[in-house]
Design a protein around this ligand. Structure first.
Ligand SMILES: Cc1cc2nc3c(=O)[nH]c(=O)nc-3n(C[C@H](O)[C@H](O)[C@H](O)COP(=O)(O)O)c2cc1C
Length: 497
């Protein structure tokens, strides 16, 4: 009995103490809110005003679970993400009852099914394609769908490792992004495209220029199959790479040749490339030094500006052409980018791709320059659309991040990614188990390719690269649809009949 009374007394005392602490905290917050001058809501509604910030922060997380519809969120909606998640598990990717997609939205691509599609035994898998036939060591690319550039720095060590091993398993290439080569890119033994960003991390000399010695050494690695000179990326045209100081670990600093803990900001342009002539000179130089195919990556502001580029290639001779042009849509992603650029600068891929394909074809360079497209092309329908528009290859960055388990927390620039993909904090990386994730990367790539082949089959051709603009209709605002070749006829209409 006495024991119970004592216990009750202790509990009562605890209750009064906790209550007292709460009242004291409220008084302190009240005073703090009243005297601070930066936040009008907290000044006018002390203490209660603080909940606004709390709910705004929590809303960002809860919207996707409770409130947003399947096709509502940005940059990627739940339907797109779920498709990747299911594909990554390698299980069947069927859905039931009916499409949740509103097919009446203007711009929606609808593929044109053939009345009599080829029989299953007439159908072929996507054939490999040669890039850079004139290079000393051309690249025979097996896969139509590959991993777009993301640096070790933007991505964590286990993420890069899982991508490398997954890429090897699926037979696709992986692009290093602009942060140089880490040992983790090579873990899986996949084909690697080495990106030369404006800071030339990994291949630069002391004054920031290109080091031929380092470049040659990089090219000696048999896994490095091509070099990509980055002019710009869709998320931040006109701005260089940005890696916040919190993500520049000692290892990343060592690989990039910079100081640890300080932001890694690369120049907004290659200092030595200020004209198309200089660009072609640089492409030829890199190809000569490395012996491997060389291309450029950029985002298109206006395709008219590139007319001169193709003209100059023909003047100089097609041997000086880039072996590929990787076109990034203005909707492309980034580890960190200013909102003004991510939102408003650079043509979306749906507009840029057909324009650039036409420009290339009009200059009779179709067989010489391969076009690689990226920009939210993460589901098979997106990839098939790009192939119809004329892309030779499609790459994705965020699609592969989803296959690694990305939940679109949008924290890539904070070093606090909850899935371990874009953080260098060990305890968060613990969630990303390479042994499991690399299989998901491979499953995802294979599923996309398989479904693109299925769409090709359905529209009546035996191989994806035989799809043409006439095979996809684009929904119009009035509810009708038009074949893409009527909206944007190919330069060579014969191919679009
Ligand atoms: C985390 C992250 C890091 C990236 N890093 C690079 C980079 O180093 N170099 C580059 O050219 N593009 C970079 N990108 C852009 C992608 O390569 C790609 O062009 C763009 O995101 C479009 O593809 P997606 O829509 O499939 O993500 C990055 C994108 C993300 C999401």
């Amino acid at each position: 009995m006495t024991y119970a009374m004592n216990a009750l007394q202790v509990l009562a005392l605890l209750f009064v103490l906790v209550l007292g602490i709460i009242v004291l905290a409220v008084v302190i917050f009240y005073i703090l809110d009243k005297i601070q001058t930066g936040d009008a809501i907290r000044r006018n509604y002390p203490v209660i005003g603080r909940f606004r910030h709390l709910f705004t922060d929590l809303g960002e997380f809860f919207r996707q679970y409770f409130f947003a519809m399947d096709r509502e969120e940005m940059p990627f909606n739940r339907a797109q993400r779920d498709w990747v998640a299911r594909a990554s598990k390698g299980a069947g990717n069927t859905v039931a009852f009916g499409s949740t997609r509103n097919l009446a939205v203007a711009g929606t691509p609808i593929f044109v099914n053939a009345v009599f599609p080829p029989l299953d035994d007439q159908f072929a898998m996507t054939a490999p394609m040669i890039i850079g036939p004139g290079a000393a060591i051309p690249y025979k690319a097996k896969s139509i769908f590959n991993i777009s550039g993301m640096s070790f720095g933007a991505l964590s060590r286990p993420a890069v490792e899982a991508l490398s091993r997954g890429a090897a398993k699926a037979g696709i290439w992986m692009n290093t992004g602009e942060g140089g080569m880490s040992p983790y890119h090579l873990t899986g033994g996949c084909d690697v495209v080495y990106q030369i960003g404006t800071a030339k991390y990994g291949v630069r000399n002391k004054d920031g220029g290109l080091s031929d010695k380092k470049l040659r050494k990089m090219a000696e690695n048999p896994h490095v199959v091509m070099f990509e000179l980055k002019l710009a990326q869709g998320a931040k045209p006109g701005k260089g790479g940005i890696l916040p100081g919190s993500k520049v670990t000692a290892e990343i600093a060592e690989i990039r040749g910079i100081e640890a803990g300080k932001p890694s900001i690369s120049p907004n342009r290659h200092a030595e490339i200020d004209s198309y002539g200089a660009l072609l000179d640089m492409i030829c130089h890199i190809r000569e030094v490395t012996g491997k195919p060389v291309g450029v990556k950029t985002v298109i502001g206006s395709s008219d500006a590139w007319e001169e580029f193709f003209g100059l290639i023909n003047q100089r001779g097609s041997e000086c052409a880039p072996d590929f042009i990787a076109i990034d849509g203005g909707e492309g992603g980034s580890g960190a980018a200013p909102m003004a650029l991510i939102d408003l600068v650079g043509m979306p891929i749906r507009d840029a791709l057909p324009r650039m394909v036409d420009l290339r074809d009009r200059h009779d360079l179709k067989e010489r320059i391969r076009i690689i497209a990226a920009g939210k092309l993460v589901n098979p329908g997106d990839v098939a659309w790009a192939v119809c528009a004329g892309a030779d290859f499609v790459t994705s960055a965020r699609g592969f991040m989803f296959s690694l388990g990305c939940i679109q927390a949008m924290k890539c620039d904070k070093n606090t990614c909850p899935t371990g993909i874009t953080t260098h904090k060990r305890h968060l990386q613990a969630g990303l188990v390479v042994e499991d994730k690399y299989k998901k990367v491979a499953h995802y790539a294979k599923s996309v390719i398989k479904d693109v082949e299925m769409i090709a089959h359905s529209v009546g051709v035996t191989e994806p690269r035989l799809m043409r603009r006439r095979h996809v209709r684009i929904m119009q605002a009035d509810g009708s649809s038009l074949p893409m070749n009527k909206i944007r006829p190919s330069y060579n209409p014969g191919t679009d009949m």
